[in-house]
Design a protein around this ligand. Structure first.
Ligand code: NAP
Length: 647
């Protein structure tokens, strides 16, 4: 490759025709058509009769018919052959107008102008990482600005990469022995991501290596480990060390961060800024069921899986069936003697036939060789998970939602679609089961899950029971439900979620006026843009309050937005020579008011949803973002100095 070759132009093609033809059998045809435009510079291929017919999340063939796909493959083989024989040199980059036309072609709808800059940045068609940090001050000022990052999951690792690029000294404190956060801790059977991996990965890292469309935990853990080493971030991490407190010294303009290592030794670090990257799904939540500690057999939380326990031939209780339980049940049902799933609330899910599919060799080849194929594929996954989901989540005030069935016409349509999928999987033979698995609250009202059939089919097994009756108590050898039935079991798995509303718990964070952050927040954590908090100077949150995404996107996308904003804040501090910045109280309060107002109009707030980790004990929501991704991306481009007290 020539040194200035665009990294997304792909490797030069040297394969023979038969190899290329075989690869094309596998690929996303609409994406292939866009790559053909890059190869030839000729847009006529996307202006004819051959085109995708529709869009749905994870439907990467655009519902094209077999004949049309075969015709595109035939044309593509000619184009690729000529491209190969000409030295694999892409045509001149498409004009901005053509790129927008290509976007709209791929997703079968007009992509509004306001989205184009965000999408272009995310896709990096020009080969430039626009989110790379470029500070305006010299090396000396940067070197005198040490930063502590708490946590080395996906957001903490990103913080490390960007601080490294910025030439800012940093230390990451990580409680685990390895990188990845949630992808390090959650080793339960069946654990995998449910955002397509060719989008759920850093925008600036290659994504041609995934072995499955929705990778399993070990592959994700490896990915973060590889990225960490490639960027040399590992040199800056203190493993198996917990932050116990962070105290702001207003006179010195520094944070004192106290840490405790696994062997009990304590230490204190001084930092000019602290970045919290502790995640939201970090501290397991165990239900307060009477007798929980009386159980005599092994019992553990899904995020603390005890691999020393052999489940073969055991009677297992799975208490909780949200996103984690959904994956655990199909993965262990075969192995155990009997599985009883205790599910308090039924879950909505949508069909995803690709959920457990491997990425075939043809797609891997295309990702590596076809110019910009991987970038367009990323966009194809991103767009249907972009802001359409938010519009669909809106409660229509004119719609009668009092029965908790739906919150709008669109939402009723979604209910029908999801219900059809559930019915198609359970069939007529299991009427009792069907009654238990259709939720009684609006579709998408909790985190929507995905199924390729494995969850619902698991429930139809003779050796699996789904229990929807509440749990009364636990005894030494049984889970006893409110109807008095004793479900005798040998092992209990609690897939009961996390203490998501307790941000930064259990770290004691003390701000400017001696205020303790956890006390300030109580059950109502909030931060300006989810990132900064009045009274807590130079504290920056990633995946902070109000930033979880229930309507789509990817948390990695959000982290990249947040980290760009944070580096902008650091630049502001450094270039102004100031020691402290915090958001103006009124700016924060106005933002909080707007967030709450928006959330109240969205399906997740609907009163028919009684149990949801999105809600605090009062039924209010402080973990979710109610914003369109394009708005959040715009607001986090750079900090507005007017929003802050900088001194
Ligand atoms: P979760 O979705 O909050 O599910 C917890 C389950 O435990 C629910 O069934 C809940 O019932 C039940 N539960 C909680 N407290 C209970 C109690 N006191 N009594 C009875 N049942 C109780 O937690 P999770 O499954 O760990 O998932 C949390 C989040 O992690 C997900 O929403 C997602 O964001 C992320 N996650 C993602 C993936 C993925 O990408 N594939 C996988 C796992 C997790 P109710 O529904 O009635 O509250």
């Amino acid at each position: 490759m020539t040194p200035d070759r665009n990294p997304h132009a792909g490797l030069p093609i040297t394969d023979d025709d038969a190899t290329i033809a075989a690869a094309l059998e596998d690929v996303s045809i609409p994406t292939l058509m866009l790559s053909m435009v890059h190869m030839t510079g000729d847009p006529s291929i996307i202006r004819g009769e051959l085109k995708p017919q529709g869009l749905f999340l994870n439907e990467v063939q655009g519902y094209m018919g077999e004949e049309d796909k075969a015709e595109v493959r035939r044309l593509a083989l000619e184009v690729i052959r000529a491209y190969r024989d000409g030295g694999s040199v892409p045509a001149d980059p498409p004009s901005p107008e053509l790129i927008r036309e290509m976007m709209s072609f791929l997703v079968c709808e007009d992509v509004p102008e306001e989205y184009v800059p965000m999408l272009l940045e995310e896709m990096e068609l020009d080969g430039v990482d626009a989110r790379e940090v470029d500070l305006s001050v010299g090396a000396e000022e940067r070197a005198a600005f040490p930063v502590v990052v708490i946590g080395c999951g996906q957001s903490g690792l990103l913080a490390g990469i960007r601080l490294q690029e910025a030439g800012i000294p940093y230390t990451i404190i990580e409680k685990n022995a390895g990188v990845g956060g949630t992808w390090y801790e959650n080793t339960y059977p069946g654990c995998r991501v449910d955002v397509g991996n060719h989008f759920y990965c850093y925008s600036f890292e290659p994504s041609d290596h995934w072995s499955q469309y929705f990778a399993q935990q070990p592959e994700l853990a490896r990915y973060f480990d590889d990225v960490m080493h490639r960027h040399g971030v590992d040199q800056h991490v203190r493993w198996e060390t917990e932050v116990t407190s962070a105290v702001w010294d207003d006179g010195a303009g520094t944070w004192t961060v106290r840490v405790r290592a696994a062997d009990g030794t304590e230490d204190a670090l001084t930092a000019r800024a602290v970045i919290s990257a502790v995640g939201q799904l970090n501290r397991p939540s165990l239900p307060d069921i009477p007798g929980r500690d009386d159980f005599a057999g092994p019992a553990f939380h899904s995020a603390q899986w005890d691999h020393s326990v052999d489940l073969t031939g055991k009677r297992v209780a799975l208490i909780g069936a949200g996103a984690s339980g959904f994956q655990i049940a199909p993965a262990i049902a075969e192995e155990v003697e009997h599985l009883t799933v205790f599910q308090r609330t039924a879950q909505w899910m949508f069909p995803n036939p690709n959920y457990h599919e491997v990425v075939g060799p043809g797609v891997q080849w295309a990702l590596r060789h076809l110019p910009f194929y991987g970038r367009w594929y990323r966009f194809l996954l991103f767009w249907p998970a972009c802001d359409g989901g938010l519009a669909a989540a809106r409660i229509d005030p004119a719609y009668d939602s009092s029965d908790g069935r739906a919150v709008s016409e669109t939402n009723e349509f979604t209910r029908q679609m999801f219900t059809d999928w559930i019915v198609s999987q359970i069939g007529e033979d299991h009427p009792d089961l069907l009654a238990k698995v259709i939720p009684d609250y609006p579709a998408t009202g909790k985190r929507t899950l995905q199924d390729n059939g494995s969850w619902l089919q698991t429930l139809t097994r003779a050796d699996v029971d789904l229990v929807r009756t509440g749990i009364d108590h636990i005894e030494a050898d049984a889970v006893v439900t409110e109807d008095g039935i004793r479900h005798e079991v040998d092992v209990i798995v609690f897939a009961t979620g996390f203490q998501a509303n307790r941000f930064l718990f259990p770290i004691e964070v003390v701000g400017r006026a001696g205020e303790v952050l956890a006390e300030r927040w109580g059950d109502r954590p909030s931060a300006y843009l989810g990132i900064t908090v009045p009274g807590f100077p130079n504290l920056f949150c990633m995946y902070g309050p109000g930033t979880n995404l229930a309507h789509g996107g990817s948390l990695i996308f959000h982290s990249e937005c947040q980290m760009r904003y944070i580096t902008g804040c650091l630049d502001l501090l450094l270039s102004s020579g100031a020691t402290a910045m915090e958001p103006r109280q009124e700016v924060h309060d106005d933002y909080y008011r707007r967030v709450q107002e928006e959330l109240k109009g969205l399906v997740w707030s609907h009163p028919s949803i009684q149990h949801s980790w999105f809600k605090n004990p009062d039924g209010d929501i402080h973990v979710l973002s109610p914003w369109r991704l394009v708005d959040y991306w715009t607001w986090t481009q750079r900090p507005d100095p007017e929003d802050f007290v900088v001194r």
